[in-house]
Design a protein around this ligand. Structure first.
Ligand SMILES: *Cc1c(COP(=O)(O)O)cnc(C)c1O
Length: 452
């Protein structure tokens, strides 16, 4: 069909074409940018192929072999491969690859291991906690959806980490001062602002002796864990580990839960029917491919991601930026946190950088709330090296990026000039690395309809 307006559908066609045009423009824009959002990555051509396949249009509720629908012959085989790969990559007894996102994976864990009104220990949001760990009054998932009471880990700003002794003291206090329901049932490690490994090992015995289940939210660092670069929560005492599949893992967007056989049944029920109906089978196929890529290239990738993050942090520090975590070499993850409050608020700096083609996000930092700042106007920015590493960038490119950031934020150079140099740098990084195939560009637009 070529005609657009035979039935007076001019308006519909206008919107239709407009969306397709905007998709193309996004792709061409991303081809000129430096992507530094810590929660993002770029998938391989193979993962992209999986997610436009017909799996996207099917239902397969339940577990492979025990489906509620027919038509799952190939879907079941792919899901079993995905489960095996997930278990292998994370050395886990049990994997559920169905959660459609990291938040849904967390919800399933809340459902499997807690009852409404139970208490959970988690990081406060300005200290790096995720909104899915949050209190009801902040519309956090744990509080609002599962009805959990959330108590926070004691946090040490200099260390940028959970304070072990102060946390034990806090739990002891809770035990003394209240009835049973106030003693935590679940401890949620992991964070969104996540520079250093959490003290799972240091707290595990104490938590276990108080019957507190230990969950580790690896949404951000799953790819580093898979590549043996960060920490190994399931060996350090975690009972269960949740994650997103698209931050330091290779995509597509989705979630996963890893755990031990003894928890398998309760987790399975919590995922389906508890928290999902359709579990987005194209993404299961994409996850399987991404996990195979991790198995083959994960070690090299994770090592370079962390090297790049350290190089970026050091370069920014050397240019005069206030980089967090100085005491421990700035970072051991893919993230770099910078206090930019000397130059303006994180929100406006994020916008300036975007105009220069540097895509990152504003970040609430420890102490921001006390200083009267908020999540819209925080004191920091967060930079992540997961995606630029996938594009093949190395330490010397991080030094270049740090200079671009300084030119925008400190020197207030005209953003279009910086944008040009950003584009120049990107010209050499057009393909996805750490993948079996690279026959289309990282952000190459693949069209299935006629050119407009
Ligand atoms: C990103 C993130 C999530 C949520 O992941 P989605 O896949 O976006 O739902 C959960 N926990 C933490 C710590 C995160 O940073």
């Amino acid at each position: 069909m070529v005609a657009s307006n035979e039935n007076g559908n001019d308006e519909a066609y206008k919107h239709y074409s407009n969306v397709l045009r905007l998709l193309r423009e996004h792709h061409s824009w991303f081809n000129r940018c430096i992507p530094l959002i810590a929660s993002e990555n770029v998938p391989s051509p193979a993962v992209r192929e999986a997610i436009v396949s017909d799996f996207a249009n099917r239902y397969a509720e339940g577990w492979p072999g025990e489906r509620v629908y027919a038509g799952c012959i190939y879907i079941d085989q792919v899901e079993l491969i995905c489960i095996e790969l997930a278990k292998r990559v994370f050395r886990a007894e049990f994997a559920d690859v169905r959660p459609v996102s990291g938040v849904v994976a967390n919800l399933a864990v809340y459902a499997a291991f807690t009852e409404p009104s139970d208490t959970m220990l988690a990081l406060a949001i300005p200290n790096g906690g995720h909104i899915s760990h949050g209190k009801r009054e902040h519309s956090g998932t744990a509080g609002l959806v599962r009805g959990l009471q959330v108590e926070t880990f004691a946090f040490n700003k200099e260390e940028m980490n959970i304070d072990v002794d102060a946390t034990i003291k806090k739990v002891e206090e809770m035990k003394r001062n209240s009835n049973d329901s106030k003693v935590p049932k679940l401890a949620m490690f992991g964070a969104s602002l996540f520079l250093f490994p959490h003290p799972v090992k240091e707290l595990a015995d104490y938590l276990r002796s108080n019957n507190i289940t230990i969950c580790y939210d690896a949404a951000h660092v799953a790819g580093l864990i898979a590549g043996n670069e960060f920490q190994d929560p399931l060996r350090e005492g975690a009972d269960v580990m949740t994650m997103s599949t698209h931050k330091t893992l290779f995509g597509p967007q989705g979630g996963m839960i890893l755990s031990f056989e003894k928890y398998a049944e309760s987790i399975k029920k919590a995922v389906f029917p508890g928290n999902t109906s359709s579990h987005h089978l194209h993404n299961v196929a994409g996850k399987a491919i991404a996990l195979a890529e991790m198995l083959a290239f994960g070690r090299d990738y994770a090592r370079q991601v962390v090297r790049n993050a350290k190089a970026l942090a050091e370069a920014l520090y050397n240019l005069g930026f206030d980089v967090l975590g100085a005491k421990h070499g700035f970072t051991r993850s893919h993230q770099v946190a910078v206090d930019v409050s000397r130059y303006g608020d994180g929100g406006s700096i994020e916008q300036m950088l975007e105009r220069a083609g540097i895509i990152c996000n504003r970040q609430l930092l420890p102490g921001d709330i006390k200083a009267g700042r908020n999540y819209k106007h925080p004191g920091g920015i967060r930079l992540g090296t997961s995606e630029v590493t996938r594009l093949g960038m190395r330490e010397q490119d991080m030094v270049e990026i740090a200079r671009f950031i300084k030119r925008v934020v400190v020197d207030r150079e005209e953003v279009s000039k910086v944008a040009n140099d950003v584009m120049e740098l990107r010209k050499d990084f057009q393909k996805v690395h750490y993948a079996f195939d690279d026959n289309v560009g990282a952000y190459e637009y693949i069209s299935l309809v006629k050119e407009r």
